[in-house]
Design a protein around this ligand. Structure first.
Ligand code: SF4
Length: 340
């Protein structure tokens, strides 16, 4: 079977393969992301979680080519059915394909240019990609997309400071949607918002996904949000993927001790359920000088001698991928969906 036929059969839209990103600062090499691979199917939401500094934002930026990866490939199956090596596209191919993969940025307060009106902010990608598009058509498209994300179109000639955090996130979402993408990478897209506004934006993203058949990579440090929106979740620690699998499986029975510890810190809105927190010792190690063996071993309560020397491979355990030597021997604690 040809690669194209195989991808179509599996409905694959993105294949993230062995992505690594290194930064060099003052002669010191920092490994921000190391050998991360996963597949994304059309219409899926993949959540990427981990503590701040774990490399999740860098990974997202490498995937959309906001920064260049040091190694690895991102294979992208475009609307025309062709699978492109997205990170190696030349200028001409990139112009054609770029609009299909967009990003919604972290901070709705700083990601919008304060000197531009909202209508211009949303229209900017359209003008850059279709310089000959008539002004009236651009305005029409902006109004359509603004309505879709729930913005009041009367106020589009105002500046971003006149809008609340939730409205600004809707503006950022409209800007990402204006080019009719297939894939959106949302980087901490709701983290700066109040909980009730978070829920509105999450519901908006879910509705848009259904209506426009969007595929999301949803990067967040907040596991409750990720659980709510994601079909599959990848947990990152110190630049590596340590667990990747279906959300319900991973949340109900984590197989990596780091996932277990992260889940134990999630508040459960039921006074009858005690979610006893598993404390993580110390801080995330310095990525410029990572520990030997399993990167998590200095903070892991199940650490054994082998963990200090041997790097665990990412391998299949209980229907998901896990990087832990003892994943199949341990019974770790997750959310009990029956009780929740
Ligand atoms: Fe913990 Fe060892 Fe598993 Fe690493 S390999 S997560 S240190 S048990």
């Amino acid at each position: 079977m040809s690669e194209k036929a195989e991808n179509a059969e599996k409905n694959l839209i993105l294949q993230v393969q062995h992505i690594s990103k290194r930064f060099t600062s003052k002669g010191v090499c920092v490994r921000a992301v190391t050998d991360v691979s996963f597949d994304v199917r059309k219409g899926e939401t993949i959540g990427i979680v981990g503590e701040s500094g774990c490399g999740k934002t860098t990974l997202g930026r490498c995937i959309v080519r906001a920064i260049s990866a040091s190694e690895g490939e991102v294979k992208y199956t475009a609307r025309d059915g062709v699978t492109y090596d997205f990170l190696k596209l030349d200028k001409k191919e990139m112009k054609k394909v770029r609009k299909e993969i967009q990003m919604v940025f972290q901070d709705p307060y700083s990601s919008l240019d304060p000197r531009m009106t909202v209508i211009d902010i949303i229209a900017e990608p359209l003008k850059a990609n279709f310089p000959k598009m008539p002004k009236a058509e651009i305005e029409q498209k902006v109004i359509e997309i603004a309505k879709k994300v729930g913005l009041n179109t009367t106020y589009l000639k105002r500046y971003p400071h006149a809008f609340s955090g939730g409205q600004r996130q809707r503006i950022g979402t409209a800007r990402a949607l204006i080019l009719n993408p297939q894939v959106i990478v949302c980087d901490e897209a709701v983290s700066a918002l109040d909980v009730s506004i978070q829920a509105q934006i999450i519901n908006l993203l879910k509705d848009l996904q259904k209506e426009l058949q969007l595929t999301y990579i949803f990067i967040s440090h907040d596991l409750s949000v990720v659980e709510h929106i994601s079909d599959k979740v990848g947990v990152m620690y110190l630049g590596r993927l340590v667990e990747f699998g279906e959300t319900e499986k991973l949340f109900s029975r984590p197989c990596h001790p780091y996932t277990e510890a992260l889940l134990s810190a999630v508040p459960i809105a039921d006074p009858d359920i005690q979610n006893e927190r598993i404390p993580l010792q110390g801080e995330i190690p310095n990525p410029a000088n990572p520990p030997s063996g399993c990167y998590f071993h200095e903070r892991c309560r199940y650490c054994q001698e082998k963990c200090k020397h041997d790097v665990p491979d990412l391998r299949e355990v209980d229907g998901r991928m896990v990087a832990c030597h003892f994943a199949d021997e341990m019974r770790l604690r997750g959310f009990d969906y029956e009780e929740k």
